[in-house]
Design a protein around this ligand. Structure first.
Ligand code: ADP
Length: 399
């Protein structure tokens, strides 16, 4: 039987419970405070107290509300480890992309800074298998973060075992569960772990069909759901520009000249278009880089890091970075190509306006199909996407 609760989705409510009130280990509190987290967001307030005592959960809350910290804190709180002891994998975090795996692992390192006895590691495809294998065998972690394919491969080769697994976390679960091959990999891993384990499943969107699969995975999950139609971010201004395909570049460069931004993400529909658009922008001296799934893994992470560390101000990318990826300085998102599904739109524009900050999203609308998607987005998420005004006050989308 599911226990669905509907919550509003704000950053901190009037009756805010503090992180201290949650009775977390003092070493975790210290790291939380060093991260600059003063108050828990609503999803953190409601989910952490359940998750940290082993409750199964399905957590759906807007992008940028700090869902990662929910499962990272709940995990660190529950693991008892002793410095120098041999570890067994206690917690497995699965996510859909290598960039996400890298980012989640970093969050474990950040929030686990003062519990170094809890060892964490990350594995994903596209990088040297032997080196990763050696690193894991030499230093088995308590917490393993990875993409389903590589984790399954490690498991099948006997490099890792889930016989002592206490907890399995699926981040952006709807995306992973809707992908047939990932779902099969997850199911395979799930079956090899003990039956009695905590399941934490999170996403900004969880479709009915994904929710059904989540409920099959855990019958007793506590469910925290936001009203799907209220998923848009309050601080985010959303506009569109109707234009012909051959006018896109001209419009984009004029926008880049006109609007002030901290960092910007530009989404296109294919890897080829990402590379081509980057070439055009770089040649015009715009500080851009591109990132897509066709690049070598080391190169992908290198570009990801460069953008995160502000070495480039514009990232041209595909849906690969449409979800979950947290770039705190991004305040403008441009959909150079309209996403295929309304869901994808929500995830993409959510890259700006993280954790209650302000942002601006501009979408190029080209043909009838784009118009239909835009109408669907406005309808489904009860959001008004208006035509781009001639002048936008920088202060309205910059913190
Ligand atoms: P989600 O997974 O919900 O999309 P993230 O976990 O990526 O969101 O968090 C978004 C950003 O908010 C991150 O930069 C994170 O460090 C920050 N963050 C998380 N919790 C808090 C908090 N309580 N106070 C301030 N910032 C926070």
């Amino acid at each position: 039987m599911s226990k669905k609760r509907n919550y509003k989705g704000s950053y901190a409510g009037a009756n805010t419970v503090s992180f201290k009130d949650m009775l977390l280990k003092k070493d975790i509190l210290r790291a939380i405070s060093e991260c600059g987290f003063e108050h828990p967001s609503e999803v953190q307030q409601t989910a952490i107290p359940f998750a940290m005592v082993g409750q199964d959960m399905i957590v759906q809350a807007k992008s940028g509300m700090g869902k990662t910290a929910v499962f990272v804190i709940a995990t660190l709180q529950q693991i008892d480890a002793t410095e120098g002891e041999d570890a067994e994998i206690d917690t497995l975090v699965l996510c859909h992309s290598r960039e996400m795996a890298f980012q989640i692992h970093k969050e474990f390192e950040r929030l686990g800074k003062y519990v170094p006895e809890i060892k964490t590691a990350v594995i994903y495809g596209g990088v040297n298998f032997t080196e990763q294998k050696k690193a894991i065998e030499e230093n088995m972690p308590h917490v393993l973060v990875g993409t389903p394919g590589r984790v399954q491969h490690f498991m099948n080769k006997g490099i890792i075992s889930f016989k002592s697994l206490q907890r399995m976390i699926l981040d952006e679960c709807d995306d992973m569960l809707q992908d047939d091959s990932m779902r099969r990999q997850i199911q395979d891993i799930f079956k090899k772990a003990p039956f009695a384990k905590q399941m934490l499943m999170c996403s900004a969107t969880i479709s009915e069909s994904a929710a059904r699969v989540c409920r099959q995975i855990s019958e007793n999950a506590e469910e925290i759901f936001l009203d799907d139609s209220k998923l848009t971010l309050h601080g985010l201004q959303q506009h569109y520009v109707e234009l012909a395909e051959d006018q896109k570049i001209k419009n984009l460069t004029s926008l880049l000249d006109r609007i002030d931004f901290n960092q910007m993400m530009i989404f296109v529909k294919s890897k080829k278009r990402a590379t081509a658009l980057n070439k055009i922008l770089s040649e015009a001296c715009f500080p851009s880089i591109f990132l897509h799934g066709g690049l070598k893994q080391e190169d992908r992470l290198d570009r990801y890091r460069k953008f995160k560390e502000f070495e480039a101000r514009i990232l041209i990318t595909t849906n690969l970075c449409g979800r979950g990826v947290d770039m705190e300085r991004v305040n403008v998102v441009i959909n150079f190509d309209m996403p295929e599904k309304s869901n994808e739109y929500l995830h993409r524009v959510g890259r700006a306006g993280r954790f209650g900050t302000k942002g601006l999203a501009i979408t190029f609308v080209n043909d009838e199909s784009d118009k239909k998607t835009l109408a669907e987005i406005q309808d489904r998420f009860e959001v008004k996407v208006t035509t781009l005004p001639k002048n936008i006050d920088t202060a309205s989308y910059t913190n």
